[in-house]
Design a protein around this ligand. Structure first.
Ligand code: CA2
Length: 146
């Protein structure tokens, strides 16, 4: 079972800037949390980050061919991207949307997600451990439905 964990724009800056908003954990730390969780669950993990919307679309299409599920933090594209909405809608895979922060407790422009309507579930506001919760929930769901 392969799970793709996809990360969008600026998440490569985690831990280096705005620690008051996003904390001090780096994306490499989050990758390690996810890798450890995947190992404990006995699944294969692909973890990636890109600042480019089209590259995320390509990664979603690729996941559709080879993965069992997607965990995605689309960063700011969450609030703007019809292309990501359409790409996620086109793949027959469970999608778990993750955000480090509680997007509903922040600026109004972050309250709208183009991902949520095509996601199986949403986890936000728990910081880095939210990725681990998402992996746990996704694998549990895949195993209970297979
Ligand atoms: O809370 C989240 O995980 C977000 O997806 C993070 C995005 C933000 O645009 C979303 O509204 C919520 C931002 C990604 C990280 O941006 C940074 C910018 C500067 C320094 C560190 C991180």
């Amino acid at each position: 079972m392969i799970i793709d964990v996809l990360n969008g724009p600026n998440l490569n800056l985690l831990g280096t800037r705005q620690p008051e908003v996003y904390g001090t954990t780096t994306l490499s730390d989050i990758k390690r949390l996810c890798t450890d969780k995947a190992e404990a669950l006995g699944v294969d993990l692909r973890f990636s980050q890109t600042n480019h919307e089209g590259a995320l679309v390509d990664q979603i299409h690729a996941a559709g061919q080879t993965a069992s599920g997607i965990v995605i933090n689309a960063g700011a594209y969450t609030h703007t991207s019809v292309a990501l909405h359409d790409a996620l809608a086109s793949v027959a895979l469970p999608v778990f949307e993750v955000h480090l922060s509680n997007i509903h407790a922040r600026e109004p422009f972050r309250h709208r997600s183009y991902i949520s309507p095509v996601a199986t579930g949403l986890i936000c506001g728990f910081g880095p451990i939210g990725y681990v919760y998402a992996l746990d929930a996704l694998v549990e769901m895949l195993r209970s439905t297979s």
